[in-house]
Design a protein around this ligand. Structure first.
Ligand code: NAD
Length: 500
């Protein structure tokens, strides 16, 4: 089977106007400018050209960091009262909501995801980030401390307090799978803390970042507080990561690039948060309710065509229900209808690019050659489309069991005991997330405690909310996003100690 698709023009005036508006600019300070050097972005479903984008490099990185440094100390931003920052963040959220249809169309066209995924999950989740951190902007407090210091001059007292201060200029570098949400997860807490930002979206999917920054300006964000540089990772991304004027890199992307950033950041010892790859297990216990766990686990791997960092790409099923589970999962995979992201009939869109689909195919073909059995899918359908795939009879040492595929491919393995499944689940360099499917309270808590991962879901997968800390351990990253903990990434605490 191969998919031949016609182009799907956007329906909203906003998305149409944006796409017809010519080459896309970068934003440095108050100035939008189209650069001479450019690169292209395409609709992955059809190969249709969407837009030319400015290709920033080291010179633009210097200028954007300088603009962000000036804004950091400028009265418009540094002097903005917390309540005004709160109102500004809330207004950004309102503008995202008001433009949700247009943003969803752009996200779907640029990334390939279905309109419904963008419109009802990721774009509202982006607005939710700004609302959550709007609420925290008025709640950033230090401590007053009476230190146990007895050597102050006679008749004097020692007192101290702390001041949480913005960490400085942040380089926010984001991946292509959920572009607007990943950018919002950095921008909202950074602005809440009073930082300034240079945003570098993924080269494959930069369109909604441009619209988001335009909306932030419309909300009244002072010039230079957010700067936007589109371009390649090894060019402008690298320049930002090494820049001495950048205090912190907030990165979401692959573990491979995360490792490069450790080196890039060493010059001025930048603070780093690294939200990296995963190889997340889903564990189905013998007592699991299969009517919920089969579709739940299927969503956990196939949503966004598997291009989700926490995708459940290793499924461990108790031997007593293994065959029934496999049958159900294969049926779920086969039932999904692939098509253009803007076609309301589509359950899944294409992957982000033809190259990504070819990469997925290499993993499945490699597994097959080593003896894995494909019970659903297993076909590159042409272009950027790859069929939702379920594989069995794998071995733990196969590349498809160890490496992040970032596509709609999962492997099911039977197990016999809780001890065995914990060992299998933890047999990975990654530690991002996991899910446990059971109706037994003891199994739920014991497995949740034993799994080495940043998040464990019970009877659900990929449940996110700004209140829930999200981060990886082991090779899945450093630090967490979301929650109060996510705000602390952007603050540093100064201690003021005085004799009075
Ligand atoms: P990637 O690592 O290739 O690229 C991510 C970003 O880094 C892009 O903007 C890219 O241009 C930039 N970049 C590349 N090389 C760079 C360099 N040398 N210096 C500075 N910047 C550089 O990742 P991707 O392929 O865009 O996204 C997929 C990956 O993201 C997957 O591994 C996925 O698991 C991960 N991801 C993780 C999370 C999480 O929260 N843990 C969320 C989403 C995606």
């Amino acid at each position: 089977m191969s998919l031949t698709l016609r182009p799907h023009p956007p329906k909203t005036d906003g998305a149409r106007r944006f796409l017809e508006g010519g080459a896309k600019p970068v934003l440095i300070g108050a100035e939008w400018s189209v650069l001479e050097q450019q690169f292209e972005t395409w609709d992955p479903a059809t190969g249709q050209h969407l837009a030319s984008l400015s290709r920033a490099g080291a010179a633009e990185a210097d200028a954007a960091v300088a603009a962000a440094q000036a804004a950091l100390e400028g009265p418009d931003w540094a002097g903005m009262l917390p309540a005004a920052r709160q109102a500004l963040l809330w207004k950004i959220a309102d503008l995202i909501d008001a433009h949700a249809e247009e943003l969803s169309e752009l996200e779907s066209l640029d990334q390939g995801k279905t309109y419904a995924t963008a419109r009802f999950a990721e774009i509202p989740a982006s607005a939710a980030q700004f609302r959550y951190y709007a609420g925290l902007a008025t709640k950033i407090h230090g401590q007053t401390i009476t230190p146990s210091i007895g050597y102050a001059p006679k008749g004097k007292q020692v007192m101290a307090y702390t001041r949480p201060e913005p960490i400085g200029v942040v380089a926010a570098i984001t991946p292509w799978n959920s572009p607007m949400l990943m950018a919002s997860m950095k921008l909202a807490p950074a602005l809440c803390a009073g930082c300034t930002v240079v945003l570098k979206p993924a080269e494959e999917t930069s369109l909604t970042a441009i619209r988001l920054v335009e909306l932030m300006q419309e909300a009244g964000l002072p010039a230079g507080v957010v700067n936007l540089l589109t371009g390649h990772g090894h060019e402008v991304g690298d320049a930002l990561a090494k820049h001495p004027g950048v205090a912190k890199v907030a990165f979401t992307g692959s573990t491979e690039v995360g490792r490069i950033l450790l080196n890039s950041a060493r010059g001025n010892l930048k603070k780093l948060t690294l939200e990296l790859g995963g190889k997340s297990p889903a564990i189905v216990m013998p007592d699991a309710d299969l009517s919920l766990s089969v579709p739940g686990v299927a969503r956990g791997i196939f949503a966004n065509s598997g291009q989700v960092c926490v995708a459940g790409s290793r499924i461990y099923v108790h031997r007593s229900v293994h065959d029934r589970f496999c049958e159900g999962l294969a049926a779920e995979a086969t039932r999904l209808k692939l098509g253009h992201g803007l076609d309301p009939e589509s359950d899944l869109g294409p992957l982000v690019s033809e190259a990504q689909a070819a990469r997925v195919a290499r993993y499945v073909d490699g597994g097959r050659a080593e003896g894995a059995e494909v019970i659903a899918g297993g076909a590159h359908l042409g272009g950027a489309f790859y069929a939702p795939t379920v594989v069995t009879h794998t071995r733990p040492d196969m590349a498809l069991m160890r490496e992040e595929i970032f596509g709609p491919v999962t492997a099911v393995t039977p197990f016999d005991s809780p001890e065995e499944v914990l060992a299998l689940a933890n047999d990975t360099e990654y530690g991002l997330a996991a899910s446990v499917w059971t109706q037994d309270l003891s199994s739920a808590h014991r497995l949740a405690a034993g799994i080495r991962a940043g998040t464990v879901w019970v009877n659900c997968h990929s449940y996110f909310s700004p209140e829930l800390p999200k981060g990886g351990i082991k090779a899945s990253g450093w630090g967490v996003e979301n929650n109060l903990a996510g705000l602390s990434n952007y603050l540093e605490e100064k201690t003021v100690c005085m004799v009075i």
